[in-house]
Design a protein around this ligand. Structure first.
Ligand SMILES: CC(C)(COP(=O)(O)OP(=O)(O)OC[C@H]1O[C@@H](n2cnc3c(N)ncnc32)[C@H](O)[C@@H]1OP(=O)(O)O)[C@@H](O)C(=O)NCCC(=O)NCCS
Length: 184
């Protein structure tokens, strides 16, 4: 199934080209470095606690991917192996997968999160998912705005500590495509 996750290139708002490809077992060291580079704030918004590093069990879980029900996409620049963003989804129930994204602090606000979400949505649709769920901390206005800007129908519920979103994934033939990024 891995080969079915075609790599694509997107362009950030500042003109830089970024590759989006599947996360693979050979990315373990770079994935760990990416997590360690995150600011405390980004780490807390993504993992709900400011993680300094991923333990072995967590690493194993992050790399337990079948590219159908559990799939992760990373952002890379050129031939440099460094990872600049990770987006993943995991099956929650029939047709529903939980999605999460995190972008290098230095690359946030340039359209990468939006591009990753759209790429994951497209891959998830191909694999029969119609809804992404997401748990977002109430203060995470960027993530909430990012979802809102997609224009995809969204149901919002409050849990005790977070906001749960259920987002209907677009049928690609009816979606206008990336609003801020161009796939090349
Ligand atoms: C949330 C996160 C993934 C977003 O990634 P990003 O690359 O910064 O996202 P984008 O650049 O695509 O979009 C972010 C901004 O552009 C805005 N935007 C998105 N689409 C837009 C559009 N079509 N027109 C105008 N603005 C738009 C968003 O509203 C947001 O604005 P804000 O930062 O001023 O509130 C990133 O900030 C991050 O890693 N945060 C820490 C981890 C985290 O919060 N993860 C979410 C857990 S589910």
């Amino acid at each position: 199934m891995l080969e079915a996750v075609a790599p694509v290139t997107i362009r950030l708002d500042d003109g830089r080209a970024v590759g989006l490809r599947a996360l693979t077992a050979s990315d373990r060291a770079e994935h760990q470095l990416f997590v360690e580079r995150l600011s405390k704030r980004s780490s807390r918004l993504r993992f709900f606690v400011p993680l300094r590093t991923l333990g072995g069990v967590q690493q194993d879980a992050y790399f337990d991917l079948d590219y159908r029900d559990r799939l992760a996409v990373v952002a890379v620049i050129g031939d440099d192996p460094a990872i600049h963003a990770v987006g993943r989804y995991a099956r929650e129930s029939d047709g529903v997968a939980e999605v999460a994204l995190v972008v290098d602090d230095g690359l946030q606000g340039l359209g990468l999160g939006t591009a990753l979400l759209r790429r994951l949505a497209s891959l998830a649709r191909e694999r029969g998912f119609t809804i992404f769920s997401a748990l977002v901390l109430p203060e995470n206005s960027t993530m909430l705005a990012l979802f809102e800007h997609t224009g995809w129908p969204t149901r919002v519920t409050r849990t005790r500590d977070a906001i749960r979103l259920e987002i209907e994934l677009p049928d690609e033939s009816q979606d206008g495509g990336p609003a801020r990024t161009i796939e090349t």
